[in-house]
Every structure is written in structure tokens, then in C-alpha cells.
Design a protein around this ligand. Structure first.
Ligand code: KG4
Ligand code: ZN
Length: 336
């Protein structure tokens, strides 16, 4: 079965085709980062309008790259939430229109399930069961995954997400949007030991997280420099960036290790935008062998939002028998 998938929950328009038998055939992506940059964050109305502009050209490209035509598609899939309402509606309405026109089933996919299953697109592919550390701009969760559709929440953030902590700290350091990669790049030239930052909830005994205090701690350091009549110089900003990254990575890695110990599982899957962070990857590569465990990541270009993970999640759900493939159901709702 050939599934055409659409992702449009935030600032990336993604389209992909997955064959349930052969896997990912092609995917295309347009990121709106440059467009939102001058506003310092995603402007929802601009995001929706840009998805409208991009989605059909990307669909044509994806099908052409896969050597397919619209007649080859057997089902469509789309991100139904969470995300920005207007942005989600673009992908949902294009998918449902396509399905209606061609008399095909349309499959609604939860964006986080897309991230969660994306490491299965990598080689080697992790076996079930595994612990998943889901770290995106909106979510920070640890989950036990026993199979497709069999997810148990082990812990999550009580306030900001890890990506949000990266983004907000980056903003305080005067860096542009999206802050995570910018802060990570700046941290490469910094000395993390120059600033002592808190590791919130490191010893809380559970698998929950909290990042809002960290952001406040960064703000306090920036304000302290300003109070003395100055600003942080370039080296101090790099040092503070490195300290912030180290604090976030420490907490994420420590809680992921704790989840492995608690569940007795030996496989950790890291998914979501923050999974692209090099320090997090290096830290886990170093610490997990001590637990006789191993980390799995999605291919780097599939860490942040993309259509491949949505079409793939639909394919996995179909194969697991979790989808009723109805051709007469084209009303659509999105869940922001
Ligand atoms: O998964 P994603 O693309 O979108 C959401 O579903 O939220 O994640 C985006 C988040 C942003 O907060 C971004 O700053 C962060 O992932 N991010 C990074 C890196 N690349 C993306 N954070 C730290 N280091 C990176 N290299
Ligand atoms: Zn995402």
C-alpha cells in the first residue's frame, strides 16, 4: 500500500510517500525558518499561508521523486495535531480533498507518534520494547514503547519543554530563532564550567522534568551583567550558552538513564528536534554502555518536523491493524 503523508503542524511543510512493504520512497520538505526569523518566532498566520503555497508543489515533487503518479496512491495521512490550528488545517484539508477526489481513506496521525516512531526509519532499526525520550519544542516526555500504538507515559515536563528551554535561553542571549541550533553552535566556543546553573529535578526521584527555573537562572546571569553597566561579552555569552546546554543535556540524559534502570530495558530511542543536539548524542553514547544499553536516533534530517515520519507512522499503524480504512469519512477535525 502506497501512503502519501502530509505534515504542516508548525513551520515545516513536509510531504512523503511510504510503501507499507518497501518503506520510505521519497520525501520533500520546506522550512519556513527564514520567513519567521525577523519576528523572532513562528507567526501562525504567516505559517498557514506559506503551507498553502508550498504543499502542492512539494506533493508533485515527492511523487515524481518516487516515480509515482497520483493514481498510484492507496491512502493519505496527515498530522491532525498537536500544532497550530491554521497550519494543521492546511495539511488536513489537502489530505482529505485528495482522499475525497480519489476515493481513498485518509489517516489522521498524532504528531508525537510521528516523532516517536521516526527512529525506526534509521539503520539499525531498534526492536521493541524501548524507552523513548521525546524532546521537541513543545514536549519533553519519557515513554515506554512496547509496540506500535502501545505507549505508556513514564514522565514528562511539568512546565517548559527542553526545546523551549533552548529557544528561550537563546533569545535571552540575543540569538535568533530557532534558538536550539544557534545556542548549540555558540556553546561550541564556550566553557560550561564558568557559570553554575541548576539541574532542575535531577534528584526528584521520578521521571518528570522542569525547565522553567533554568531559563530564569539564565535571565539572572544576563541581568547581573547588565546591572554592572555592561553586557555579556562574546566569550561570556558563549560560556553561558555552553553552561545552559550542559544543564539541559545533564538532566535529559540522567532521567533517560533512570528510565532505563527502572524499566530494565536496554534500548533508548531519542526523537524530536532536540535529538539533533550533538552534546546530547555524545553524552548518551558515553554513558549508556555502562548500563549495557544503547541509544538509537532518527536520521539527522528527520529529527525535526518532516512528512516522512507522518507517512511512516500511518504505514506502521496500518500494518499493526490499528486503522479502519474508511473511504466515506472525509469530515476532518484538527486538535491544536
Ligand atoms: O521536533 P521539532 O522540529 O518541532 C516540534 O515538534 O516542536 O523540534 C523543534 C525544537 C526547537 O525547540 C529547536 O530549538 C530544537 O528542537 N532543536 C535543537 C537542535 N535542533 C533543533 N535544540 C538543541 N540542539 C539542536 N541541535
Ligand atoms: Zn515536531
Amino acid at each position: 500500500m502506497i501512503i502519501l503523508g502530509f505534515e504542516s503542524s508548525c513551520d515545516e511543510t513536509g510531504v512523503a510517500v511510504v510503501d507499507t512493504a518497501r518503506g520510505l520512497l521519497a520525501h520533500a520538505l520546506h522550512t519556513q525558518i527564514a520567513m519567521h526569523q525577523e519576528y523572532g518566532g513562528v507567526v501562525p498566520e504567516l505559517a498557514s499561508r506559506d503551507h498553502v503555497r508550498r504543499v502542492l508543489p512539494l506533493t508533485r515533487k515527492t511523487l515524481a521523486d518516487a516515480g509515482l503518479t497520483v493514481a498510484d496512491v492507496d491512502a493519505v495521512a496527515y498530522t491532525a495535531g498537536p500544532g497550530l490550528a491554521g497550519a494543521l488545517l492546511v495539511g488536513a484539508s489537502v489530505a482529505q480533498a485528495f482522499a475525497w477526489a480519489r476515493d481513498l481513506p485518509a489517516i489522521a496521525i498524532h504528531h508525537l507518534e510521528g516523532h516517536l516512531l521516526s527512529p525506526l526509519l534509521a539503520d539499525p532499526r531498534p526492536e521493541f520494547p524501548f524507552v523513548a525520550l521525546l524532546v521537541s519544542g513543545g514536549h519533553t516526555q519519557l515513554m515506554r514503547v512496547d509496540g506500535v500504538g502501545r505507549y505508556a507515559l513514564l514522565g514528562e515536563t511539568l512546565d517548559d519543554a527542553a526545546g523551549e528551554a533552548f529557544d528561550k535561553s537563546a533569545k535571552l542571549l540575543g540569538l535568533g530563532y530557532p534558538g536550539g541550533p544557534a545556542l548549540a553552535a555558540m556553546a561550541e566556543h564556550g566553557d560550561a564550567s564558568r557559570f553554575e546553573l541548576p539541574r532542575p529535578m535531577l534528584h526528584s526521584g521520578d521521571l518528570d522534568f522542569s525547565f522553567s527555573g533554568l531559563k530564569t537562572a539564565v535571565l539572572t546571569r544576563v541581568r547581573a551583567a547588565e546591572k554592572d553597566g555592561g553586557t555579556l561579552d562574546d566569550q561570556a555569552r558563549a560560556d553561558l550558552a555552553a553552561a545552559t546546554q550542559a544543564a539541559i543535556v545533564d538532566v535529559l540524559a540522567a532521567k533517560a538513564e533512570k528510565a532505563l534502570k527502572q524499566t530494565g530495558l536496554k534500548r533508548l530511542v531519542v526523537a524530536g528536534g532536540v535529538g539533533a543536539n550533538k552534546r546530547l548524542r555524545a553524552r548518551l553514547a558515553q554513558s549508556l554502555p555502562r548500563l549495557k544499553a544503547r541509544a538509537y536516533f532518527p536520521p539527522l534530517e528527520l529529527c525535526t518536523d518532516n512528512g516522512a515520519m507522518i507517512a511512516f507512522a500511518a504505514s506502521e499503524r496500518v500494518k499493526a491493524g490499528l486503522v479502519t480504512l474508511r473511504r466515506d469519512e472525509h469530515a476532518f477535525t484538527v486538535r491544536p
